[in-house]
Design a protein around this ligand. Structure first.
Ligand SMILES: [Zn+2]
Length: 475
């Protein structure tokens, strides 16, 4: 029997143990966004350290200082650094995950207690907060180490863990730590793997090698000293809302085409190799309609929809602050309104260049209006897009591992949203990074009744382990 078969057999033999471990982790309500649960986030870190140490890993808790939350100054949860193996002949893989979770109350609409893992035998799903985001995947790595010990197999790579407790609350303090530890803890890392996203659908595994960035703008128009009545002042003054709607309309067409000059030219051209990836992806118009609860996709073709999400920029109008929004027919002229919109960025767009183009366009559109109001536009926040080379050995190993465990070639996807830590690791360490999701698109990560299918947990654990063996064999 091959080493990987032995490992797989060991995982299958210990399903109950895997479930028990996840149940213990889910039982700790490590909600990072609520000061009342801060002790539990610390407790969760201690629990993980104990698990890792019991298997022979060398761990260290890195304090991150304090933060202000709910009007109090409290300690940030520590980051866990752990080393498992330091053999210079082996590759060293950095694993990132997080042990904090989103808030959850049964009264939010959960069918079961959110902090009690429930194995629904009928659907073979594991329900509980953190089951899929991100405790299941983090424990997947621990399961891998444990199974190797139990089966008497040597781990084929060195593992470095970087586990944080603030991911759901903006990863406060993590970026600085990554920079500070670049040549210390992170020295010697050959490649990195994050398991904290999801399959594109519910049936076919995928590897993710790109994320879009974002530039978020606030556009304010002010005129009158206070809100006015249209019966008295209508037709007399330049109205801020009218100016704002004209400018907002000049940003994007109903077909999603970005009208800001110069943006489209920044987008990298589509290659044949990339086009083929969309053709084989298991995701169609029907899936997207299910996801949006409507039949409102701009494109009626699968490739068009997938490319719109993964490889093209988009511009969305989000809201208007200061506008009248309640029911009724109030005849107010708002004195100041702030329009909010954002651009999702793809390679090779940069937030700086996009801000320059957007601001120039908005200024020129405002000038055309001939309005005596005052316009101001600011870039409220921004993050760069991320793209990794899927032809790297890190991806080759994960592709082979997926074929071995699931019997299919995984889709090579990119995501429409952002995972800031992915960009930080790539930029600071300069190493290839792989996003290797375990869960499915319908897991409900930040929602009520979050779940992880038992098969995704078990097969996903196998996937992580076989991936490490494929690295040793391929790289
Ligand atoms: Zn997560």
């Amino acid at each position: 029997m091959s080493v990987t078969d032995k490992f797989i057999q060991q995982i299958d033999a210990n399903k109950a143990g895997l479930i028990k471990r996840l149940a213990d982790a889910v039982a700790i309500p490590s909600v990072s966004g609520d000061a009342r649960y801060r002790q539990d986030v610390f407790r969760m870190a201690d629990w993980l350290v104990k698990e890792l140490e019991a298997l022979g890993a060398k761990t260290e808790l890195k304090p991150l200082g304090k933060q202000k939350l709910d009007g109090k100054e409290i300690d940030l949860p520590p980051v866990i650094f752990a080393d498992y193996g330091t053999d210079p002949k082996k590759k060293t893989i950095l694993v990132y995950g997080h042990f904090d979770v989103q808030p959850a109350l049964k009264s939010d609409g959960w069918n079961t207690e959110p902090f009690e893992l429930v194995h629904d035998e009928k659907t073979d799903r594991l329900y509980g907060r953190g089951s899929t985001d991100d405790k299941g995947p983090v424990l997947g790595w621990i399961n891998v180490i444990e199974a190797h010990k139990q089966a008497g197999i040597e781990l084929p790579v060195n593992l470095k863990f970087c586990l944080e407790g603030m991911e759901e609350s903006g990863s406060e303090g993590l970026d600085d730590l990554i920079v500070a530890e670049k040549d210390k803890f992170f020295a010697g890392v050959d490649a990195a793997c994050i398991s904290d996203n999801y399959w594109l659908g519910t049936k076919k595994p995928c590897l993710t090698h790109g994320l879009r960035g974002i530039s978020y703008f606030k556009l304010s128009i002010s005129g009158p000293g206070s809100d006015l009545h249209s019966g008295i002042f209508g037709g007399i003054v330049h109205e801020p809302m009218t100016d704002l709607f004209h400018i907002m309309s000049s940003l994007v067409t109903p077909q999603g085409e970005i009208l800001v000059p110069g943006i489209k030219e920044l987008v990298d051209p589509l290659t044949d190799e990339e086009r083929k990836r969309y053709e084989v992806m298991e995701f169609g118009v029907k899936d997207m309609n299910e996801a949006t609860g409507s039949a409102t996709t701009i494109s009626d073709e699968k490739e068009g929809i997938l490319m719109a999400r993964m490889r093209y920029p988009s511009l969305s109008l989000h809201g208007v602050e200061g506008a009248f929004y309640e029911a009724g027919t109030k005849t107010v002229i708002p004195a100041k309104v702030i329009g909010k919109f954002s651009v999702r960025l793809v390679p090779s767009m940069t937030p700086d260049k996009v801000a320059e183009l957007v601001i120039k366009h908005v200024q020129s559109e405002f000038k055309k209006l001939g309005s005596k109001n005052t316009m101001n536009i600011e870039l409220a926040n921004a993050g760069k897009p991320w793209l990794a080379d899927p032809n790297h050995w890190n991806y080759a190993a994960a592709i082979k591992a997926t074929e071995k465990v699931y019997g299919v070639k995984p889709d090579l996807t990119r995501e429409g949203g952002s995972i800031p830590v992915a960009l930080s690791f790539s930029e600071v360490l300069g190493k290839n990074l792989l996003l290797l999701p375990l869960g499915r698109a319908d897991d409900g990560a930040h929602s009520t009744n979050e779940k992880l299918d038992l098969s995704n947990y078990v097969e996903g654990t196998k996937l992580l382990g076989v991936y490490l063996h494929e690295i040793a064999a391929t790289a």
